[in-house]
Design a protein around this ligand. Structure first.
Ligand code: GLU
Length: 253
């Protein structure tokens, strides 16, 4: 069980991702990686081991849009090459994934036959290459088209040099959006967000979220926009607080 944290906004992403990763470590972790974008350039740092080891060699990295991941290997061994975020052939987009993609072998073979080069032994890297393959003019459309080809479970977040946004989606794995002022967050659980916001959207199975620094939009994977009224209320219990409704507000003591 691994963890996802993503940030887009007005502040430096690095300390926010580190704080998020710190609050995801309880889920277990064998390697860590972050990808931060700054004016069309990407800065990556990865390490096998825990957050302490990761922080020992972390270089100065600036940028206000990033994703990070604590991996717990299920497909592909524990190695730096298999740490998420994983990239497409051109190194333009970055993907973090929790879950297991059941049809990855077939799809990986198809993509390899079409000339894609895979740098890891994970199932997750497949998502980056599918998006690359499906990209025409919109990352969001390519993302949705790619997800429709997958069987298995996923919570996934993506950033890219092409567009200043974060994308997230889930099927059978938890993914939540944190709402801020001039900034938004994505994570695989609520605790990494608690220091930054008390407003959270819990995505439902099949939902796709697009995050910019000033807005968040949630669509359903297989159709056009859904309205809030169609969202089913959810009830969660976090640290003893009962939280109701899909836009969640909770008060911490
Ligand atoms: N299947 C992915 C990997 O092994 C994600 C791991 C997980 O969710 O634990 O990299």
């Amino acid at each position: 069980m691994c963890g996802i944290i993503g940030y887009i906004g007005r502040r430096e992403a690095k300390p926010i991702l580190i704080e998020g990763l710190r609050n995801l470590e309880y889920r277990g972790c064998d390697s860590i990686r972050i990808a931060i974008l700054d004016k069309g350039r990407v800065r990556l740092h990865k390490e096998v081991g825990d957050l302490g080891k990761f922080l020992e060699h972390l270089p100065p990295i600036s940028g206000r849009l990033g994703i990070g991941h604590t991996r717990w290997a299920t497909i592909g061994g524990v190695s730096k090459a298999n740490a998420h975020p994983l990239s497409d052939c051109k190194g333009e987009l970055f993907v973090v994934h929790n879950g297991i993609l059941e049809n990855f072998k077939e799809l990986k073979k198809e993509l390899t036959d079409r000339g894609h080069h895979f740098a890891s032994h994970t199932d997750s890297e497949l998502i980056a290459h599918l998006i690359e393959e499906n990209y025409e003019d919109s990352l969001e459309k390519a993302f949705v088209r790619s997800l429709s080809k997958l069987t298995g479970s996923f919570a996934v977040a993506v950033n890219s040099k092409k567009e200043e946004l974060l994308l997230g989606a889930r099927r059978e794995s938890l993914l939540v959006i944190g709402l801020g002022k001039g900034e938004n967050f994505i994570a695989s659980d609520i605790p990494p967000l608690l220091k930054f916001t008390n407003r959270v959207i819990c995505l439902e199975d099949g939902e796709v979220a697009l995050l910019e620094k000033d807005r968040v939009r949630v669509n359903y994977m297989r159709s056009s926009s859904i309205s809030r009224s169609r969202w089913k209320p959810t009830t969660l219990v976090v640290g003893g607080c009962h939280i109701s409704a899909n836009v969640l507000s909770f008060h911490l003591e």
